[in-house]
Ligand binder design. Structure first.
Ligand SMILES: Cc1cc2nc3c(=O)[nH]c(=O)nc-3n(C[C@H](O)[C@H](O)[C@H](O)COP(=O)(O)O)c2cc1C
Length: 169
């Protein structure tokens, strides 16, 4: 399949089968994240993988999207290593690229994933619950597993509407 097809077909998956993906699958999606570009090749991303049901239930309390977290067999918590950050804006963008790589690799392995951002409203409390060192700032929680949803088409604004008309002078 062409890369553009993978990009277009990938959807946020919010309901998962019970099966827990093998360790090799998780390693592969993190490997895809690891190969994202970053300013100065700073690689500011750090990962925490959680599969334990009790911990997932506790984490679900920090977001209104609790059901997604409870349904997903695996959570990947993506953090920025603040102590190792050279430029916050650029490191944030790099982590976005890292997360997109993870989502695309999950899709290519016939898994599903959902980027959860709303939980960041409680990132301080979540960080405390996880016992994270102050150097690690939570950027996103990714729900990962095998999709129990129909693949939908998704929708995007047409390209024409995204083009900024440049002054032709
Ligand atoms: C920064 C960011 C934060 C997001 N936060 C959430 C979230 O908290 N809960 C959720 O269900 N989806 C969340 N999403 C998924 C988006 O809703 C989804 O990507 C968007 O609606 C487009 O759908 P698609 O990914 O299926 O194409 C988030 C996506 C991004 C990029």
């Amino acid at each position: 399949m062409e890369m553009l097809d993978y990009i277009r077909q990938r959807r946020a998956v919010r309901r998962y089968k019970d099966a827990v993906p093998e360790e090799g699958y998780i390693e592969k999606i993190l490997e895809a994240g690891r190969w994202a570009p970053s300013g100065l090749n700073n690689q500011p991303w750090r990962f925490l993988v959680i599969k334990d049901k009790e911990r997932k239930a506790a984490i679900s309390k920090f977001t209104k999207y609790a059901k997604i977290i409870e349904s997903a067999p695996v959570l990947v918590i993506v953090c920025m290593d603040v102590a190792d950050s050279y430029n916050r804006d650029k490191d944030l963008m790099a982590i976005g690229a890292c997360i997109q790589n993870i989502l695309l690799e999950a899709h290519s392995l016939d898994m599903g994933a959902c980027w959860l951002g709303e939980i960041l409203n409680n990132k301080g409390r979540l960080s405390k619950y996880l016992g994270l060192d102050d150097d690690f700032e939570i950027m996103a929680v990714l729900a990962v597993g095998f999709s129990d949803e129909e693949l939908t088409e998704g929708c995007r604004k047409p390209l024409m509407k995204l083009m900024i008309k440049a002054d032709e002078n």
